[in-house]
Write a new protein. Structure first.
Lengths: 141, 141
DNA sequence: CTCGAATGATTGCAATTAGAACCGTTCTAG
DNA sequence: CTAGAACGGTTCTAATTGCAATCATTCGAG
């Protein structure tokens, strides 16, 4: 029984390493593409996740980071004229992050760059589906 | 055809978010368990990956981080008496990282803690196998 | 109502991390 | 042999990140 637990523990460890490795690989990919647009890696991630107007907390969740960090990134994007903080309709605490036209255009360019040589390209579409399904079950929503 | 590319781009983005999210979740899990042993998250990852004597560069690769960071973590573990830098047999540049008895014992305790409530637990063993196979194909070795 | 808890965002600070520069060692083309 | 490139590790610095504290707003039990 110890053997079983040992191999289970080992498989778990290897899986953790693979997930972490792939995450870092994706981050490096985003970093290199974002750099060509004058953006940092986390700015790139933020832009990628800004699929529409959203609150700062929602952006932080999508980026899997702390709200304070999302504030920092939003500051940068706002300084560069890609993002605006609008008052949130119906909640005076919250702010609605909205891309400017320049920001929306930049986002399209970034998405184009990101789709080239994606780290996920080695996987066939149906494999990506399988991956998505498995990950979605593991990730706490 | 634009629609196809759009949905593909969207699927890619969601997948990236899931992978990043799971990686952060695993890191948080390691952080909480390592903290109970007086270790930081990266010290925990290092201890988890130190399956045997290895070079600093190899540890850095396993941790998916820069060698400079691995040096930093190894310093900490060495200060705490869990690790030693031995001269590498056959390569005077390299150093062999070796766990002390205390380090080996701590590692066993950590692995025990990590196996409890693993973020990967929601997946059945065969699903974990599938996941491992898919990730291994995507991760650059 | 209303008061305490919870939420959304921001700030300041500490810790972690990556990146470049550097030194000693090893490899390799000529 | 012997330069010059490459490798392994360390150091220094700057940037990124998480965490705790704070403020304003909103929610909810009684």
């Amino acid at each position: 029984m110890t053997d079983v637990r040992e191999t289970q523990s080992q498989a778990d460890r290897e899986l953790c390493g693979l997930i972490n490795g792939l995450a870092k690989q994706i981050e490096a990919h985003v970093r290199s593409r974002a750099a060509t647009l004058g953006l940092t890696a986390s700015q790139g991630v933020a832009l990628r996740e800004l699929t529409g107007p959203m609150t700062l907390r929602e952006l932080a969740e999508r980026m899997s980071c702390e709200p304070s960090n999302a504030t920092f990134v939003a500051d940068r994007l706002e300084e560069q004229g890609y993002l605006e903080r609008h008052p949130h309709p119906g909640n005076r605490r919250a702010k609605q992050l909205v891309l400017t036209p320049a920001g929306a255009e930049l986002r399209e360019r970034l998405l184009g760059l990101l789709s080239e040589d994606s780290p996920l390209a080695p996987l066939a579409p149906e494999e990506q589906d399988t991956l998505q399904r498995l990950l979605a079950r593991a990730v706490v929503r």
